[in-house]
Design a protein around this ligand. Structure first.
Ligand code: PEP
Ligand code: MG
Length: 575
């Protein structure tokens, strides 16, 4: 058995079709007629754009808008006037179009490799894909047509480029394996959107497999079996059938209420990072937005988004959600979230330092623009403002005061807004949890951020491998903190939600129900599975389990008990 990175879930058993890379070697030649050579380059660019637009359109219909935009991004990159300028200069110096373009791509690649976030690093594949496609046009090489592979194919490639992925007919392709790539590479995103199981980064896979060889892959665990035995094939086929049945069963939950077996309804909303993500919330039947991480609006750019830009983004989400609740969290910067142009000081302990609301309350002008954009957008839907990293009451009071001031300003200017726009808080620090009864009197709602709450309660830096064993929400200290916060919110009559990863953990869901959580905020892809898990529990059973768990002393004991209870359910609702 081999192991790679499972990036698109599901099981596949099929026969290998190897996608060999085209031979892009060419004879370099000295250019005499620079004008004609540049015209040849520009003609190739035109063909590139035409083909890419057609591919993007195909992808838009077969998969979706977001995926089509990946290819359209190639057109934007290649249309950058700097590309033209640099190629032209090199051609004028006697370099052929192939080499000139290739060296410009190298510059892009170097730039993307140097970035210290994985997402930008992954863009290297996009540039390589773009280069290969343009070289093929310049060299007159026809592209491989993946759309013609037979039924039951497992595609094997060194790297699966976004343009290759476009041709995939998911009726015929049952799996994808590659030598390179990771969870955030565009090919992984596309494989997930196509719902084709994929395992990437299997060392030397192209030398290990032959065309026609049978292979079984597990897109969750990343396990791959070359030439499986008949028993192994049968086992994978059964897993595949169960998995598909499970997915089908989940789709049946679209449009259904989120309720426990005995009829207690809870709210099931989504976490988003960009206005476009609201489309996924709607298509996966999320009942609103429980966390819009606005820091993403501030990232990937060189200056702060203006009030107007922010207003448009918030309004877009509110409108897409058509009156459903939209909780928008104000800027949560610092800690591990860096925004270069904000020029935050380097600190020894960034997680304990100048971050989130602490920055916002000091940089009032910046915060005022964000709050004003939010209050203005409240006229277009059910927008609720959420303040991150609260540790004391004064912070909430200051924000509310600013919001009141903004309302007065807007009234004077005749700009509409919702008078009773709720201002709630994230409970993600032990300090906020300890004073949750006091906060509940002045906050419109709570949302528990278990990602940070676990870190701060256990005093464990998430990035530190030495202490990673302590980073678990199952620790009795964390569970008691969560229970206390929910109780304080319930007693004060304010809604209590959870937007940390724990909200979609099927092991934890019964405990959260028993504690009285009102709202679960999860990623759009987890909505239906979470709805299913909730529906399998009665409040009585959940409370019995919570009672038993409350008597356990260690994280391991809690994990064991929760897992055992979860595994009593049929596979379609286990994560
Ligand atoms: C959290 O801390 O649980 C949370 C939802 O916020 P973030 O993950 O953005 O820090
Ligand atoms: Mg947080």
């Amino acid at each position: 058995m081999e192991k790679g990175i499972g990036v698109s879930s599901g099981y596949g058993v099929g026969q290998i079709v190897k996608i060999e890379e085209a031979d892009l070697n060419y004879q370099e030649k000295k250019v005499e007629d620079a004008e004609a050579e540049f015209a040849r380059f520009q003609k190739a660019i035109e063909t590139f754009k035409e083909r890419t637009t057609a591919m993007a359109e195909k992808l838009r219909q077969s998969v979706g808008e977001k995926e089509a935009e990946i290819l359209e991004g190639h057109i934007i990159m290649i249309s950058d006037p700097a590309v033209d300028d640099q190629v032209k200069t090199q051609i004028e110096a006697g370099t052929c179009a192939e080499t000139a373009f290739s060296s410009v791509c190298d510059l892009f690649i170097q730039m993307f490799q140097m970035a210290d976030d994985e997402l930008t690093n992954q863009r290297v594949t996009d540039v390589q894909d773009m280069r290969a496609r343009l070289l093929k046009i310049l060299l007159g090489i026809e592209e491989v047509d993946i759309s013609q592979v037979p039924k039951g194919t497992i595609l094997a490639a060194r790297d699966l480029t976004p343009s290759m992925t476009v041709g995939i007919n998911k009726e015929n392709v049952v799996g994808i394996i590659t030598e390179v790539g990771g969870k955030t590479s565009h090919s992984a995103i596309l494989a997930r959107a196509l719902e084709v199981p994929a395992v990437l980064s299997i060392p030397d896979v192209m030398t290990k497999v032959e065309n026609g060889q049978t292979v079984a892959i597990d897109g969750n665990s990343g396990e791959v079996i070359f030439s499986p035995s008949p028993e192994e094939v049968a086992a994978y086929e059964k897993k595949r059938a169960d998995y598909l049945k499970e997915k089908e069963a989940l789709n049946a939950l679209i449009g259904k209420p989120t309720a426990t077996m005995d009829g207690k309804t809870v709210e099931l909303v989504c976490n988003i990072g960009k206005p476009k993500d609201a489309d996924d919330v709607v298509s996966r039947d999320g009942e609103g937005v429980g966390l819009f991480r606005t820091e993403f609006l501030f990232m990937d750019r060189n200056q702060m988004p203006t009030e107007e830009e922010q207003f448009k983004a918030y309004k877009e989400v509110a409108e897409k959600l058509q009156g459903k609740p939209v909780i928008i969290r104000t800027l949560d910067v610092g800690g591990d979230k860096e925004i270069a142009y904000l020029d935050l000081p380097k600190e020894d302990n960034p997680f304990l330092g100048y971050r989130a609301i602490r920055v916002c309350l000091e940089r009032k002008e910046m915060y005022h623009a964000q709050l004003r954009a939010l209050v203005r957008a409240s006229a277009f839907g059910d927008i609720r403002i959420m303040v991150p990293m609260i540790t004391c009451l004064d912070e909430l009071r200051q924000v509310k005061e600013m919001v009141e001031g903004i309302k007065e300003e807007l009234s004077k200017e005749g700009i509409p807004y919702k008078e009773d726009i709720p201002v709630g808080v994230m409970i993600e620090t032990p300090a906020a949890a300890m004073i949750s009864d006091l906060l509940a009197k002045e906050a419109a709602f709570f949302s528990i951020g278990t990602n940070d709450l676990t870190q701060y309660t256990m005093v464990v830096d998430r990035g530190n491998a030495h202490v990673a064993y302590l980073y678990s929400t199952y620790n009795p200290a964390v569970l008691r903190t969560i229970e206390k916060v929910i109780k304080a919110g319930n007693e004060a009559g304010i809604p209590v939600g959870m937007c940390g990863e724990a909200a979609s953990d099927p092991n934890l869901i019964p405990l959260l129900l028993a504690y009285g959580l009102d709202e679960f905020s999860v990623s759009a892809t987890s909505v239906l599975a979470t709805r299913k898990t909730i529906s399998k529990w009665s409040m009585e059973d959940a409370k019995t389990l919570a009672e038993k768990v409350s008597k356990l002393g260690t994280e391991a004991e809690v994990a064991k008990m929760l897992e055992e209870n979860n595994s009593n359910f049929p596979p379609e609702i286990r994560a």
